[in-house]
Write a protein that binds this ligand. Structure first.
Ligand code: SF4
Length: 327
């Protein structure tokens, strides 16, 4: 058994003080962290329970954007009128994740910090996992890698990020607000999660002791959007591939597009080449196929997941068609 201490805090200053101590980890709903602790994958010396922090508000910003407190639950965020009416893409993505029971508990901040669902990461019977035990190797490279990455991986780790919410946030140009020992900073969602490189043990660019306080969304001009999640069963399953597509249209012409993919990389993957191809053009299936091909350029599949290269392209075409009213 791994012993640890526990403290509950009720204000951000106390959270920063307690969370900055060596060996401390912030505990939100614990829907991922506690499972990892039970399996001996994570062994924090001290848990700082931040679920009572006054960070649950979902409110409009003066510039027309939206601020979602880090402790808002996934259910509250998904069902909030401002999210449903102005950012339906985010609402759809949240409701595509996990189960109602988990969404009622899990927080927005915790959702961003959930760890990969790579089987070998969760099973300590496998000695090789660079994410769990840096320098030990990667069992997935030669193992069963059907759910793994096709983009942005390294020979140190080919895991994917599991969040649906984060994929929508990437497409919506969200910013993560954090506070820590060095003060406050804003991290664009696209820079929040990391590619594995030589340090797959680090999922994000958060420093020790930094606390997520909110996620902010800019005022959205993307009035047409959809979140498409392809998975092995209809609910309570992680994405094999997902697509968050958002369009700013003038008639049948795309003024601007945002496309982000889930289930394909160690972080939500923005398909910027595809977005650029669509901008300024009329939506048609031929162009969409070209854009989808651009999105997976450089993809490197492994033994069991080559299907994802084709699946991602088809999902992009379908998601953008749906968003644009073509399907
Ligand atoms: Fe570990 Fe990453 Fe390899 Fe999975 S893919 S076994 S998480 S190093």
């Amino acid at each position: 058994m791994n012993s640890f201490s526990y403290v509950r805090v009720s204000d951000v200053e106390s959270a920063l003080r307690e969370g900055g101590a060596a060996g401390s980890r912030f505990l939100g709903a614990g829907t991922n962290l506690l499972d990892l602790m039970k399996g001996g994958i994570e062994r924090p010396q001290r848990l700082v329970d931040v679920t009572r922090l006054p960070l649950t508000a979902i409110e409009q910003l003066p510039d027309g954007g939206l601020r979602i407190g880090a402790m808002a639950t996934n259910s509250d965020a998904a069902n909030h009128p401002l999210v449903r009416t102005r950012y339906p893409l985010l609402s759809q993505a949240l409701l595509a994740g996990a189960s109602p029971q988990l969404r009622n508990m899990a927080t927005v901040g915790g959702n961003l910090l959930q760890r990969t669902r790579c089987y070998y990461f969760y099973d300590s019977a496998f000695a090789q996992c660079n994410k769990r035990n840096p320098g030990s190797g990667c069992a997935a490279l030669e193992g069963y890698n059907r759910i793994h990455a096709i983009l942005g991986a390294s020979d140190q780790c080919i895991a994917v990020h599991p969040s649906d919410m984060a994929v929508a946030l990437a497409a919506l140009d969200a910013v993560v607000r954090v506070r820590g020992p060095k003060g406050e900073r804003a991290i664009p969602l696209g820079e929040f999660h990391r590619l594995p490189g030589d340090t797959p043990q680090r999922d994000t660019n958060l420093e020790h002791g930094e606390l997520i306080t909110a996620v902010e969304l800019p005022a959205s001009r993307f009035t047409k959007s959809t979140y498409l999640k392809i998975r092995d069963r209809a609910s309570y399953a992680f994405a094999l591939v997902s697509v968050a597509a958002a369009l700013d249209m003038q008639g049948s012409t795309v003024r601007a597009a945002r496309i982000a993919l889930g289930g394909v990389a160690h972080k939500p993957w923005r398909a910027m080449q595809a977005e650029a191809l669509l901008a300024g053009s009329a939506l048609d299936t031929g162009l969409l196929r070209k854009a989808a091909a651009a999105a997976v350029e450089g993809a490197k599949p492994y033994r069991d997941n080559a299907f994802k290269v084709e699946l991602a392209q088809r999902a992009i075409v379908r998601a953008v068609q749906t968003a644009g009213g073509m399907a």
